[in-house]
Ligand binder design. Structure first.
Ligand code: GDP
Length: 318
């Protein structure tokens, strides 16, 4: 029988889901638990939309839309076309199949079913084997302060195409949110092999997970090595506003700035070959490898590299 290697991954949407899929392919069924960001969640047209959970679920179910980078493959758009015809809001696009997901989630939550249970049921229905756990069942909502004032996350990210510079971030509800018990259990598991911080935006995908009270401490306290993968390649984001946000918030778009976000947690950092010369200054064990995941083979190879690195760290005493 193959040795079990239980892994917990912290993930946002697009970048995180790519590595999560690689990990899912490398690990035995049941060994991967993914802690998902809920800071991007919002209510739209009365529906509870969970963009990062949905990206993870679609990716792991083989249903992700490769052209758009979000939403479902083979999607149809009758709902959107009709909504626009009726004068409804068109800034946030909801495909027909995607819409069913949000309707189901909203309906069940209105019946008092927690987000984590709804997510588990959706995963089961779509044949997703890894456990996808929202960091919390409570509401945590990312907000951004622009020069003109505070905005809800999606109003900036989608509504304003993430263009105006962000001066400050807030996570509404975080102070009173409770971590999901299953998340704490997964991190406290004595058989845990590694914690992988996926190549997600550290400011708006990983921070809203870690700012749930007790969660950062639980990652820090876990006995398994904690390894983060850089979401920057050569000082640039593959997609999205990570580099611009790090610059606008004064940290600088460097792998060093990413490491600083996780300094208290990290046992190892995986950076891209393009950034290899930055490694000695990071003051944390590193490996440099190809981190751009264009194909499924890229995702699997990076997952193998990350796990082999965690193995080496875990085998080193102290
Ligand atoms: P979001 O929640 O949809 O914004 O997605 P994430 O936060 O999970 O991912 C956004 C980050 O993923 C950006 O910083 C991207 O640079 C990074 N990213 C996307 N694809 C890749 C990739 O193939 N390799 C690496 N290293 N980073 C990636």
């Amino acid at each position: 029988m193959a040795t079990r290697r239980k892994v917990v991954a912290l993930s946002g949407g697009i970048g995180g889901a790519k590595l999560a899929l690689g990990l899912a392919r490398v690990l035995a069924p049941g060994d991967l638990t993914i802690i998902a960001n809920v800071g991007d969640d919002f209510e739209h047209l009365g529906l509870h939309v969970s963009p990062d959970i949905d990206t993870l679920v679609y990716t792991l179910a083989g249903l992700a839309n490769p052209e758009l980078g979000w939403g479902r493959t083979g999607e149809t758009w009758t709902f959107m076309a009709t909504l626009e015809q009726l004068g409804g809001p068109a800034w946030f696009r909801l495909g027909d199949g995607d819409l069913a997901m949000h309707v189901m989630r909203t309906h069940r939550r209105a019946q008092g079913v927690p987000l984590s249970t709804v997510t588990a049921d959706i995963c089961a229905a779509l044949g997703v084997v890894p456990r996808v756990l929202p960091a919390t069942d409570d509401s945590v909502r990312t907000r951004v302060r622009l020069d003109e004032g505070w905005l809800d996350f999606q109003d900036w990210f989608v509504g304003r195409r993430a263009a105006p510079p962000v001066r400050e971030l807030a996570f509404d509800g975080a102070a009173t949110a409770r971590p999901l018990p299953a998340v704490l259990d997964a991190l406290a598991d004595p058989e845990l092999h590694a914690v992988v911080v996926c190549p997600s935006n550290p400011l708006i995908s990983i921070e809203p997970i870690l700012c749930v009270p007790g969660l950062r401490e639980a990652v820090r306290a876990c006995t398994a090595p904690v390894v983060a993968v850089s979401p920057l390649i050569g000082g640039r984001a593959v997609k999205g506003p990570t580099a611009a946000m790090l610059n606008d918030l004064g940290a600088g778009a460097t792998v060093g700035a990413v490491v600083e976000r996780y300094r208290d947690l990290l046992d190892g950092f995986v950076l891209d070959e393009a950034d290899a010369e930055a490694a000695p200054a990071l003051a944390v064990p590193t490996i440099a490898t190809k981190t751009l995941m264009l194909t499924l083979a890229d995702r699997i190879r990076l997952a193998e590299d990350v796990l082999a690195f965690a193995d080496r760290i875990g085998a080193t005493p102290g």
